[in-house]
Write a protein that binds this ligand. Structure first.
Ligand SMILES: C=C(O[C@@H]1C=C(C(=O)O)C=C[C@H]1O)C(=O)O
Length: 340
């Protein structure tokens, strides 16, 4: 953490991260301000890729690498008084209604629409990252900085890809309900169907690239103050299939874009009327032996000097209720709000 503070002061790129349920925080530190990329994902380092797959990713190379043990503190997450506001409610509900119309017109079956929550506050990103580590033990937590791109921080529950020795794993994570203590969530057909669409999409895209494909039973999975539905898909990666090829096929998945992918992406780019940048992009570790641990950039925020931007969205299907979809984005914003 001290090293990260020094890098920040010198305006040098770095990333701190902890894998889900991990006991160590890893840090990768770059010693110049160069903006590096890895179009073929064949690199050793940490990749940070935008939602828009036509735009280039950013690589922080694994030149200077540090691993530190991390001890969870007993502190519990609490919201220190950044209450939810109704700013943006009308606009988001109108966007959801437009998305439902698009589904009824047959443009797509599902589309994921999003918005930002903008707050004028100055925050200590390293302290917030420490809090995220304590609050979200099963998430992939990160703090990422590049002087030419900016600073992002998040605690994502969604794995995009894990590859080790050709063993490949991905997850279909979708469907959201508020977490309630000691009570199992009551999933409706809307959530079950929208999550199944993600599983089917991933299965279809991967079937030519994996042998011995396995699809797990669908389970309920907790992410902070939320429940999601989750299915794991795994298999052996064909020696002829490259990571970049697979990522191009699956990113952005129907969990963050929609189905069919192209029509949903066109709708998002036209109707959301803002640039998602790295929100719903992907990020994580790459190694030269072909191993990779990549996650979808969700439950995240962009940290500016005197303000922050929290990014939230949700999957819209023909069964969506616009007010419920607004409330879902409100609930999702609490993941970051509770750290401030
Ligand atoms: C788009 C987000 O989350 C995604 C959308 C979900 C949904 O629509 O239920 C659930 C998990 C994520 O795949 C977000 O957190 O901003």
């Amino acid at each position: 953490m001290t090293r990260a503070g020094e890098h920040l002061q010198k305006e040098l790129p770095f990333v701190l991260f902890r894998r889900p349920n991990g006991k160590t925080v890893q840090g990768i530190f770059q010693n110049n301000q160069e903006l590096l990329q890895t179009p073929d994902l064949k690199a050793a380092g940490f990749v940070f890729a935008p939602f828009n797959s036509n735009k280039t990713n950013v690589l922080i190379p694994k030149d200077h690498f540090m691993v530190a043990n991390w001890q969870p503190s007993k502190a519990t997450p609490e919201n220190n008084g950044i209450p939810l506001t109704e700013v943006g409610k009308k606009k988001h509900i109108a966007l959801v209604e437009k998305a439902i119309n698009g589904i009824q017109d047959g443009q797509f079956q599902k589309v994921v629409v999003s918005r930002t929550v903008n707050l004028d506050i100055v925050c200590d990103a390293i302290a917030i990252f420490s809090k995220a580590l304590n609050s979200y033990s099963n998430a992939f937590c990160y703090l990422w900085y590049h002087p030419k791109v900016g600073m992002w921080l998040g605690a994502t529950p969604e794995r995009l890809v894990a590859v080790e020795h050709q063993n490949f794993k991905t997850t279909a994570l979708a469907g959201t309900l508020p977490y309630t203590h000691n009570e199992a969530p009551q999933w409706g057909t809307k959530e079950i169907k929208e999550q199944q669409m993600v599983t089917d999409f991933l299965y279809d895209q991967l079937t030519d690239h994996l042998s011995n494909m396995q699809v797990s039973a669908t389970k309920t999975s907790r992410a902070g103050n939320l429940w999601h539905l989750k299915t794991d898909i795994s298999g052996k990666l064909a020696p002829t299939s490259s990571l970049a090829e697979i990522v191009t096929k699956i990113h952005p998945t129907s969990a963050v874009c929609g189905l069919p992918k192209e029509a949903a992406r066109d709708f998002i780019q036209k109707e959301e009327a803002y640039d998602r940048e790295f929100y719903t992009g992907f990020l994580g570790e790459l190694d030269l032996d072909g191993s990779a641990h990549l996650f979808v950039n969700l439950r995240c925020m962009q940290v500016h000097g005197k303000s922050i931007k929290i990014y939230v969205g949700g999957g819209i299907t023909e069964e969506s209720d616009p007010l419920q979809e607004w409330l879902e984005t409100q609930n999702k914003s609490k993941t970051m709000l509770s750290l401030l």
